[in-house]
Design a protein around this ligand. Structure first.
Ligand code: XMP
Length: 325
């Protein structure tokens, strides 16, 4: 019979068998899959695992801290954090094209991750013993990538943790047989915090693809505030389960006239994109309560400087994708 306890016990045994006395590395993205995969491997091989978290500076408010503090506290995992925010910002300077942003973020991510990996190998007493790479591949990922040929590449998706092909690591993929809801249950069983286990999907390139226009530190800070308000109100309204995800997007190249306090403003719009979906392949915009929209709008325009308008995206997928870029 399928129980999370059985899954955990079975995977722990398999991982021990596979890795033996060697060492493994796991990239953490802040998302559910890599967190649960890492926690499983940690349970199996303990200090033979080192996790790497690349802080690209494109995460939402509190997310990096959740990985650095809460995840470590829950699992006792050895974590190497690389603060690469400046590097990513520099690489993104002057770039507005969505695909170019995605490529830059993906490329920089791999470089930083490989560097961290090299350091871990150098630090290990017997460098050659670092032989395994943990990936949070799920069953649907396995099925989808098997499809391969003919799948239209609408956007160059990259999973943070995605690595080049010429890698000399053997993969450890303890979630290969699981669906997302099962992964969440396993995560719960392993004692991971709810903020990580119940997290809604968030793209690898992070807020970098939720700023329409160039990505700058100021714009990231602004979007982070607006996003935090929207998330707080959605959670308070009990909508986290019924909404698949709600990207909050900054139209950084658009300004409109407003009136706030005793003067004219010329600020940016924030877009709310709440969607309902089963698998993100198709989605419908969520008919969410007006009162909640009103609260989010009032708070964002009051609390976030330079934002004077909040708009709702009422487009399904297709024709719109979930993310704006
Ligand atoms: P779209 O915008 O294509 O998004 O409708 C579908 C789902 O995928 C997420 N997404 C990504 N996830 N790396 C990821 O790991 C990416 O580059 C990426 N781009 C989009 C998006 O948030 C939605 O859940």
């Amino acid at each position: 019979t399928w129980t999370t306890t059985n899954v955990v016990e079975e995977q722990v045994a398999l991982i021990r068998d596979q890795v033996g006395s060697k060492r493994a590395i796991c990239g953490l993205s802040g998302g559910v899959d890599s967190a649960v995969a890492a926690a499983l491997v940690q349970k199996a091989i303990g200090s033979q695992l080192t996790c790497v978290y690349v802080d690209h500076g494109l995460m939402r408010k509190g997310e990096t801290e959740q990985v650095e503090k809460d995840f470590v506290a829950a699992t006792g995992v050895q974590l190497k954090v690389v603060d690469a925010a400046d590097r990513f910002l520099n690489a993104l300077a002057g770039v507005s094209d969505p695909e170019e942003k995605r490529k830059i973020i993906g490329r920089e991510f791999i470089r930083v991750f490989e560097q961290a990996q090299a350091e871990i190998i150098a630090e290990a007493a017997h460098g050659e013993d670092v032989a395994f790479l943990v990936q949070g591949t799920l069953y649907p990922d396995v099925v989808e990538s098997g499809g391969g040929a003919g799948t239209a590449n609408i956007k160059s998706h990259h999973n943070v943790g995605g690595l080049p092909e010429d890698l000399e690591f053997e993969l450890v993929e303890p979630l290969r047989k699981l669906f997302k809801d099962e992964v969440r249950m396993v995560g719960q069983e392993l004692g991971l915090p709810d903020e990580i286990v119940q997290r809604q999907p968030f793209p690898g390139p992070g807020l970098g693809i939720r700023i329409v226009g160039e990505v700058t530190k100021e714009r990231l800070d602004l979007l982070r505030e607006a996003d935090a308000i929207a998330r707080e109100e959605l959670t308070a309204a009990g909508l986290d389960r019924s909404i698949w995800q709600c990207p909050v997007v900054l139209l950084a190249d658009v300004r409109s006239v407003g009136v706030q306090g005793d003067g004219r403003t010329y600020g940016h719009p924030i877009v709310l994109r709440p969607v309902s979906s089963e698998d993100a392949m198709t989605a419908d915009w969520t008919r969410m309560p007006y009162e909640v929209l009103a609260r989010i709008s009032t708070r964002i325009t009051n609390e976030v400087a330079d934002v004077n308008r909040v708009v709702l995206d009422v487009t399904s997928k297709p024709p719109g994708t979930i993310e704006w870029e």
